[in-house]
Write a protein that binds this ligand. Structure first.
Ligand SMILES: Nc1ncnc2c1ncn2[C@@H]1O[C@H](COP(=O)(O)OP(=O)(O)O)[C@@H](O)[C@H]1O
Ligand SMILES: [Mg+2]
Length: 330
């Protein structure tokens, strides 16, 4: 049982209204249960935030929603784009889930550090194009047209995230907050119906956090992309989330509006045992909650191979390091 205020109880959601319909998923790694019988629904058009202490299972949830992990129990259905029929996610490859309209960014930034900002975004855009490697090699007309289109679209997206002046800079040379925005641009390049942002504000300064809040809100309202957001910065969460779900030790302990969550005694206890007003401040004051890196990279955890493309390899991947082909597409 959760102390949830279930929106689904009072207002029955239309099936088409749901981006994700997650039922009773349990994910175990040996003796560790990182998600324990979690059910949640995400409605189209929302900014839905997932909060909870470190190790609560937030990133595991994202990995389950994008095909990186396969929960042993439960079901996940996605209808990322309006009018889509429901597709089951569990067991699908990450690039397949991405093509269904689910894009993400990573808690540990994953860019192609040796490519330019523009090229990083083009990689995202080109996942949606038709030309295969043969027509690309031969420089066939369709490929040339698609290359022009993907360059234009990538520029547009760099402008969208405020990085147009950095288009030709090497991604690895960008400031931390810029790399986080570049990752968002690349994710948007895949033309998603929903974008999953894993701690996008981690490691950024207060001015960057404010810009990021405006950007995320804009992606939701102007661009019409639903947003699933993992974030520790309570000020940011409370200012942009329509709804919040709280995870603790792999379980959903609460769900509701920002106001309801701030007043929820279980949430307060799970975070710090302090008063509601103090939750936001205290969460921000805990340095370990701002840790950028998890202990191991996803590559190590999943044993996935590095990308086939020459300029980025997954060996020695660091927090700002390279991407595996499977992962960046998700
Ligand atoms: N690939 C994995 N192998 C073993 N344990 C894992 C793996 N992925 C996540 N976990 C464990 O699952 C729990 C939740 O981790 P995570 O989802 O990263 O939490 P959060 O993102 O909320 O900090 C942790 O105990 C973590 O060690
Ligand atoms: Mg995490």
């Amino acid at each position: 049982m959760t102390s949830t205020v279930e929106h689904s109880a009072s207002v029955p959601a239309q099936a088409d209204d749901l981006i994700f319909d997650i039922r009773n998923i349990t994910l175990r790694f040996g003796g560790v249960t990182s998600l324990n019988d979690v059910s949640l629904r995400m409605r189209r058009g929302q900014v839905l935030a997932i909060i909870g202490p470190n190790g609560a299972g937030k990133t595991s949830l994202f990995n389950s929603l994008t095909g990186v992990y396969s929960p042993q129990e439960g079901t996940i259905e996605v209808r990322a784009r309006l009018g889509d029929s429901a597709t089951s996610v569990i067991g699908q490859k990450t690039h397949v889930v991405n093509r269904l309209g689910v894009a993400r960014t990573f808690q540990n930034i994953r860019l192609f550090p040796a490519l330019t900002a523009l090229e990083n975004v083009k990689v995202g855009v080109e996942t949606r194009q038709k030309s295969g490697p043969i027509s690309a090699m031969l420089g066939l007309p369709r490929q040339r047209r698609e290359d022009r289109e993907s360059t234009e679209r990538a520029f547009e997206l760099l402008r969208r995230v405020g990085l147009q002046a950095k288009a030709n800079d090497i991604a690895g040379s960008l400031a931390y907050g810029e790399q986080r925005r570049l990752e968002i641009a690349r994710a948007l390049g895949t033309d998603p119906g929903v974008i999953l942002l894993d701690e996008p504000a981690a490691g950024t300064n207060p001015a960057e956090k404010r810009e990021l809040a405006t950007l995320i809100k804009g992606i939701n309202t102007t661009d019409g992309v639903s947003v699933l957001l993992i974030e520790h910065d309570m000020k940011l969460v409370m200012s942009i989330a329509d709804r919040i779900i709280v995870l603790n030790f792999g379980q959903k302990i609460a769900e509701g509006t920002p106001e309801q969550i701030q007043r929820n005694p279980e949430v307060i206890a799970a975070y710090l045992g302090s008063s509601a007003d103090e939750v936001g401040d205290a969460v921000q004051a805990q340095p370990e909650l701002h840790r950028i890196d998890t202990a191991v990279s996803l590559d190590e955890l999943t044993g996935q191979q590095g990308p086939a493309t020459g300029s980025a390899t997954s060996t020695g991947a660091t927090s700002t390091g390279a991407t595996s082909t499977e992962e960046w597409k998700a």
